[in-house]
Design a protein around this ligand. Sequence first.
Ligand code: NAD
Ligand code: UGA
Length: 408
Amino acid sequence: MHLTVIGTGYVGLVTAIGLADTGHEVTCVDLNRERMEQLRRGIAPITEQGIDEALEKNQSRLTFTTEYPVSDLYLVAVGTPERADGSCDLSAVEAAVRLIESISPGASVVLKSTVPPGTTERLSTEHPSLRFAMVPEFLREGTALADMRQPSRIVIGTRDALLAPRLEELLKTTDAPVVHVDPTTAELTKYAANSFLAVKISFINEIARLADQVGANVDDIAHGIGLDPRIGPAFLRAGAGYGGSCFPKDIKALTTLARTHDTHLHVIEAADRTNEAQLEYVLEKIHPERGMHVALLGLAFKPGTDDLRDAPALRLAERLQQLGVKVTGYDPAAKTVLDQKTTMAEAVAGADVAVIMTEWDDIKYVSPQLLQEHMQTPRLIDGRNCWQHLEAPGSVQYEGIGRPHHTF
Ligand code: NAD
Ligand code: UGA
């Protein structure tokens, strides 16, 4: 069976590596020529732990091209960005499917991209010569390869009785449970998973704000509630809110779609509003004034990646700049158009306030001495509640999110 993966971003490249790991030869297609030239030379277009080694190991099984080949099975992992009205832009998926149909009528198409409920069924009707399945991807950036190799579950959404077992055989490499559903259920499962995680984050962020008011510690509260197995400890880290290429756009896409069905997703919409308000909350903690200098420590939307899509640090930088604040930044991986410095010391030099926006290891462990040496009155706002020197903060004025009794 000839396998092709369309799109070589986080999902496409990692999917192709997963298939190659299990001995399959895979053709990877991307319209981005530069990306394909780099990949042919073994250079990964994304920062992910272990990706260079994985590409090298599978070099002989992976082919990179800009031309769609004839194939038996195509896994489509192109982007599905947000449109101006909040809905999901499916143009890349639709273009890919049209090309597949013209080249390989009769082929199987597996959508890995996150697409709104109903999309796969519509595409099946519009392209009757193709067989369709929707297999949502649940990997996280920063741990993408590990998540692909040890998935918590595999959801296979298809009405095609022949394709379902073929996909299970192809994709099941561990004892992860396989959930067989119809395509629309698979699509909504993906959105429900991301929305639920976003709700958890916004929930704990609201508790953090109240903790600030009443003098409680949100980290201890997260620990205290997370020990209840019905709640669980994950995704209860309070901070500056969520960002990234998926939560914000997927929530917008889902709530926009729901409204077209006269359904209001109140809880999910509220999670999104809380997330936006959370950034303003961090802004208030800074007490920004024209002419002030703020250093942002961490710019990527999370550690372990150089991805800046919808990064809270960039949104905060924009708000600060609107208020006439000078902004410098530091990140060990991400590259921005901000006044970015190559070391933390350079970024905080002369700053009035340093704000942790990404919990990279070097940032978590930034020493009180470094801040004292380079800032006149060292002030640190911890937008990720991650600073490791709470017990010996020196003269650093520290403020977390919902950790008020650690303010020195
Ligand atoms: P990405 O933007 O990193 O990569 C998409 C790639 O597709 C780009 O390289 C682009 O050049 C290529 N492309 C666009 N149109 C094409 C076409 N017609 N033919 C061939 N190539 C084309 O995207 P991503 O972050 O990997 O996300 C892909 C999809 O997976 C999205 O729907 C996203 O919501 C979903 N998803 C992403 C993640 C994640 O962690 N990034 C996790 C789960 C699901
Ligand atoms: C998220 C999901 O976790 C994946 O399962 C999903 O496949 C992916 O979206 C997707 O659909 O693209 P990702 O965006 O890579 O993965 O990263 P997360 O670890 O989920 O973090 C997202 C954001 O939430 C980050 O900005 C992070 O800082 C923030 N976050 C996370 C918190 O503020 N608190 C937490 O407790 C956890």
